[in-house]
Write a protein of this length. Sequence first.
Length: 84
Amino acid sequence: MAKYGKGLNKEIVDAINRGEIQNPFGIQDVILFTKNRGWNISLRHIGASLSNGCGRDCNGSRIKYFERFYHGAYRLDPKFIIKK
C-alpha cells in the first residue's frame, strides 16, 4: 500500500499532467507540492523516490517515470505525458 496517495512518484506524474508541477522540475517543486497536500515527507524520502523513479533495479521491477534532465532537475518520461 502506498504511503502517500497512489505513491509519491505516481502523484508527481499526475501533478505534472494537471499542471501543478511544471516539467522539468526539481526537488523544491516536489517539496512544495507535498506541503500543499499536507504530507510531511522528508527530503531523504523525496530524493530516494525520485532516484528510484529514474531507473530500473536489477530485476526491472521499478518503473522509469523520470529522466535526469540536468544536475538537480528531472523531467517526466514522455510516455507518461497525457496529451490535452
